[in-house]
Design a protein around this ligand. Structure first.
Ligand code: ADP
Length: 290
């Protein structure tokens, strides 16, 4: 089984002609309220990928927004470990422009209340999926506990920040986009050089419309992107991570897992929203076969 331990937010999303500049007000379309948050998106992607039993540890407030998140996760068939916090349920304020760029402000709230003791027992868990929208000290503690119990630790290094060696040393698979990878390695240079310098056994760089590449077991792997017409890139990276975790949990080799994750990430860009844009297994199969 895959356990995702991380963030959940309610996304307040509006489309606008362009993303407002500082001090600017832009008249947008109707408000859409949708479940999101990197951890929850990844859990949904993992569950919809089919085959891998998926559970999620999440901290939610005692408010109107928590049920929206719970229903979405449960609806995807995810087993929930909920930590109830006095802080408000996490929220994200998202603006999507007509050219499919996005700008996001996150109010993490309850997500920042997750502490090391909240990690449930890991019996039956083969992979733990983590992101950086919960306290770093908690992420480090979770990674170390999982590592000590022989559970594969998959870290999506988002949002971008520098990471302590203590964390990287407990990670088996690191997934980062270009900006995140540059923050971790603290250097420019080629993607190939950066991938090699991280020092984690498997490192995957996602490159948006350019696909992804990985460095594992001393070799590089390249996976071109699937050709699609994006309308909203929100959760492409999360979908990629969740599907990669599911595929690896089911025993796929890395190139096959990268292929499935890329197809799912591409499909996620063709629809509006976060969890609402995550494809199911049959859609991924159809794109790969096309
Ligand atoms: P993030 O959203 O975290 O920045 P990326 O933009 O790199 O992540 O997207 C993750 C993956 O989703 C990419 O590696 C690619 O496989 C797929 N993807 C993203 N954008 C596109 C696109 N425009 N066309 C096709 N695939 C895409």
């Amino acid at each position: 089984a895959v356990l995702v331990a991380g963030s959940a937010n309610v996304d307040f999303l509006v489309r606008a002609p362009h993303i407002p500049a500082p001090g600017e007000t832009v008249l947008g379309g109707d408000l859409t309220v949708l479940p999101g948050g990197k951890g929850a998106n990844q859990a949904v992607a993992c569950a919809r990928a089919g085959g891998a039993a998926t559970a999620m540890l999440v901290a939610l407030g005692d408010d109107l927004f928590a049920p929206l998140i719970e229903q979405s996760l449960q609806g995807a068939g995810i087993a929930l470990h909920i930590v109830r916090s006095p802080r408000p349920t996490g929220a994200a304020l998202i603006c999507v422009s007509d050219d499919a760029e996005n700008a996001i402000t996150v109010a993490p709230g309850a997500n920042m209340a997750l502490v090391p003791d909240d990690l449930p027992g890991l019996a039956g868990v083969d992979s733990l999926v983590l992101q950086l929208e919960t306290p770093l000290s908690t992420v480090i503690a979770f990674a170390k506990t999982a590592r000590a119990e022989g559970v594969r630790v998959i870290l999506n290094a988002a949002p971008a920040r520098a990471l302590p060696a203590e964390l990287l040393g407990a990670v088996d698979i690191l997934i980062a986009n270009q900006e995140e990878l540059a923050m971790i390695t603290g250097r420019g240079g080629t993607i190939a050089d950066q991938l090699k310098s991280v020092g984690v056994p498997y490192v995957v760089a996602t490159l948006g419309a350019h696909g992804c590449c990985a460095f594992a077991d001393g070799a590089y792997w390249l996976q071109p992107a699937f050709q699609v017409t994006p309308v909203d890139t929100t959760a492409a990276g999360d979908t990629f991570c969740g599907v990669l975790a599911a595929a690896l949990s089911m025993g796929a080799v890395l190139p096959d897992a990268l292929l499935r994750a890329s197809a799912a990430g591409a499909l996620a860009t063709t629809r509006l929203g976060a969890q609402s844009s995550v494809p199911v297994r049959a859609e991924v199969d159809a794109l790969i076969a096309s």
